[in-house]
Design a protein around this ligand. Structure first.
Ligand SMILES: Nc1ncnc2c1ncn2[C@@H]1O[C@H](COP(=O)(O)OP(=O)(O)OP(=O)(O)O)[C@@H](O)[C@H]1O
Ligand code: SF4
Ligand SMILES: [Mg+2]
Length: 336
């Protein structure tokens, strides 16, 4: 059984924004999955849906099986137990989400006490241990958030996420606001913790290069859908979907001075999730669109070993290969 199995997840906000539209994802224990995509493509919505943290009035469909249990149908008591202890989130903008009037040790200890995982004295001790685990002296537990740098605060957020030994950590843009040196330290720290504790990691970023460096697999989202998914390096270096290719080309490559001086971008803006274009939602911006793309939507389909992409051109390539027919169920799933 997979640690996480997301099936046909849809999220529509009360105002009608279809932020997530039929996402299938899977993750094994100890595996790191990166989710990339432009601003507004639904990354944070997907992360919040995993723990039912979306505002009331939001419509959610599909299944989110965490260790075999559907998060979407859990009773509130069970859901409260699963948050932090089953899965925890390092929120986007985490540096501002610590409570300024409480000492950081108390904030790390809070989930331990809420989940009755420790006595007050035990929780204080564990908070000190967690701080040391993320590279801060235990004595910093007595500090308030304003006494820490941005990178140190981000370490505290990671310590909080680890407090109840979750099976899954979702990190939403954990390093976006940090300078490159601290960003590299935090990424190595997350990698180390995942390897040591065999937890699953979902890391969200608009930065494909960071994800390709950190994660085993990579899913690229566009307008609420996963449009490409596969081994992280392969998706970054040889994307099959035109949007994933454009996103990847937007990052300069180390050792390739030409790309440094001429990183390529993508014209236009992502579509409004309340008024999505018909057909393939990427067609108004796609440099290789066919006439049929304005009408026909494309499901994810096999695009190579362990790879999927949602593009008619991938379908054409697959059909031209010997034995290239793709069964519909196989095409629908992204990760197994
Ligand atoms: N609470 C909300 N109510 C209504 N619409 C929302 C809400 N939160 C997000 N949206 C919309 O849903 C879409 C997806 O937003 P989301 O925050 O998931 O994007 P994102 O990929 O995380 O972007 P970013 O990279 O900027 O963080 C956007 O169009 C956004 O405007
Ligand atoms: S389906 Fe058509 S519009 Fe969409 S990405 Fe492929 S070629 Fe471009
Ligand atoms: Mg976001």
């Amino acid at each position: 059984m997979s640690l996480l199995d997301v099936r046909d997840l849809t999220v529509t906000y009360a105002g009608g924004a279809a932020a997530v539209r039929g996402v299938d994802l899977g993750l094994e224990a100890g595996q790191k999955l990166g989710i990339a995509g432009e601003s507004g493509c639904g990354k944070s919505t997907l992360a919040l849906a995993l723990l039912r943290l979306l505002p009331s009035g939001t419509r959610i469909g599909g299944e989110i099986l965490l260790d075999g249990e559907d998060v979407l149908t859990m009773k509130w008591g069970r859901l409260r137990a699963v948050r932090w202890a089953g899965a925890s989130i390092v929120f986007q903008g985490a540096m501002h989400s610590l409570n300024p009037v409480h000492r950081i040790g108390d904030q790390i200890a809070e989930p331990l006490l809420l989940h009755r995982k420790a006595t007050p004295a035990g929780a204080r001790r564990k908070a000190g241990e967690l701080l040391e685990q993320v590279g801060l002296p235990a004595a910093r537990a007595a500090d308030h958030p304003h006494e820490l740098s941005g990178g140190q605060r981000q370490r505290v957020m990671i310590a909080m996420a680890l407090a109840c030994d979750p099976m899954l950590i979702v990190a939403d843009e954990p390093t976006t606001a940090l300078d490159v040196m601290i960003q590299a330290q935090i990424l190595r720290l997350i990698e180390q913790l995942v390897a040591d504790q065999d937890v699953g990691l979902i890391m969200i970023s608009h930065d494909l290069a960071v994800l390709a460096d950190t994660c085993d697999r990579l899913a690229v989202m566009y307008a609420g859908r996963v449009v490409e998914e596969g081994p992280a390096r392969q998706v970054y270096e040889d994307a099959r979907h035109p949007y994933a290719r454009a996103l990847s080309a937007a990052f300069p490559r180390i050792g390739d001075p030409a790309s440094r001086f001429a990183p390529r971008g993508l014209a236009g803006d992502p579509p409004d999730p309340s008024a999505l274009p018909a057909g393939c939602t990427f067609h108004p911006r796609c440099p290789v669109a066919l006439e049929s793309c304005a009408v026909d939507d494309q499901p994810l389909r096999v695009a190579g070993p362990e790879r999927r992409a949602a593009c008619v051109r991938v379908a054409q390539d697959a059909a031209e290969e010997p034995g290239g027919h793709v069964p519909p169920e196989e095409a629908r799933r992204t990760t197994s």
